[in-house]
Ligand binder design. Structure first.
Ligand SMILES: [Fe+2]
Length: 357
């Protein structure tokens, strides 16, 4: 039987707070116009815009799920997690990296505490955002399944347009200090490891973490952390209504000239039907549907990690999907982290390179 050889990831019985949802992602980009081109084709809608920032929304009631600040670099900054109450914000101010509670003066409103996780990603704990009217979206198609035929004298003709994104689903990050970063999220935000993929020595390669919402079903993962050699964004995922929306997304993005990353297929851990696309800066964004939902009592699963374990069917994960960007600063970071991170060794670098290189 497979066993985890490290203390993390682990369920924490009494975390500082229980995060309630992934509210938004925050990026810095050199061009808001290029960002708008991609994300409108991807199926998000512009919610608010200034000369310096652009906010995109899905069809749900959240004011926005994607915030881009115009800047010199193209980089991922971090994300927002909603919490249940003002007193949760107060509890979080006690953490080492925390700001005071501040009112959000810009779009979306609410109050927040800014934190930095052990890998240096910004985490904004937010409460009291101003919810908005949901936008209409097409209903799931009525499908004839095997012996159950519910669509008679009618055809399938979904609209030929970008699929409407229903909500932000999850974000996946690579980190060098895996143990410490994982512990921070389980201990302070109550994340539960749904499934962990381990290397042959039992050390974790990927942890899929879900929200602890008690008996309310939560996505199989809202945050996933992968063992890497430097902290970086892997991808984010956005839910669409059904498999035809995933397929229509592929058609629209292909026809409009965007770069495909991986798909269509069905994941094993999480079960989503997926398709991944690169934004203008080479960062991956996933359309998905039909993901698993777990209540808090489902135990953690431990699994082997390899390329074949990434999907049940469809295109196998291409080499390009996990290839790091080998810039001078990335190589310097790699050398530094190989020396200083307790989770890294040259041997692990070779193992990961063999598995995914
Ligand atoms: Fe994903």
């Amino acid at each position: 039987m497979l066993k985890l050889s490290t203390p993390q990831p682990a369920y924490h019985p009494a975390p500082t707070v229980y995060a309630q949802s992934l509210a938004y992602l925050i990026f810095e980009r050199p061009s808001l116009i290029e960002a708008e081109h991609f994300f409108v084709d991807f199926g998000l809608q512009v919610a608010f815009q200034t000369e310096h920032e652009i906010y995109f929304r899905s069809t749900d009631k959240e004011p926005y799920c994607y915030r881009i600040i115009r800047g010199k670099q193209a980089r991922f900054i971090g994300f927002g997690l909603t919490v249940e109450s003002f007193s949760d914000l107060e509890k979080l101010t006690q953490l080492e990296s925390a700001s005071e509670i501040e009112s959000v003066l810009g779009f979306g409103g609410g109050q927040r505490v800014k934190l930095s996780d052990p890998s240096g990603f910004t985490v904004e704990a937010v409460w009291g955002r101003q919810l908005v009217e949901p936008l209409p979206h097409r209903a799931a198609l009525v499908v004839n399944q095997g012996e159950i035929h519910t669509r008679i004298n009618n055809t399938q003709r979904p609209a030929i347009e970008p699929p409407q994104v229903l909500r932000l689903g999850h974000v996946v990050l690579e980190v060098a200090d895996f143990q410490e970063t994982c512990a921070w999220y389980t201990q302070h935000f109550g994340f539960i490891p749904s499934d962990v993929q381990v290397l042959p020595d039992g050390s974790p390669a990927v942890a899929f973490l879900r929200l602890n919402l008690g008996d309310t079903p939560a996505d199989h993962h809202t945050l996933a952390l992968a063992q890497g050699f430097m902290p970086c964004y892997s991808h984010s995922a956005f839910e669409v209504i059904d498999a035809d929306a995933v397929g229509m997304g592929q058609r629209m993005l292909r026809e409009r000239g965007w770069k495909h990353a991986w798909g269509i297929g069905r994941h094993i851990l999480g079960s989503q039907i997926f398709d991944y696309w690169e934004d203008p800066w080479g960062d991956k964004h996933e359309h998905y549907c039909d993901g698993d939902l777990f209540t808090a009592d489902v135990p953690t699963g431990i699994h082997d990690v390899n390329r074949a374990a990434m999907s049940q069917w469809g295109q196998q994960m291409p080499n390009s999907f996990t290839k790091p960007k080998l810039t001078a600063s990335n190589i310097a970071g790699l050398v530094h982290n190989l020396r200083h991170s307790p989770d890294l060794s040259f041997r692990k670098l070779i193992t990961l390179a063999k598995l995914f290189g």
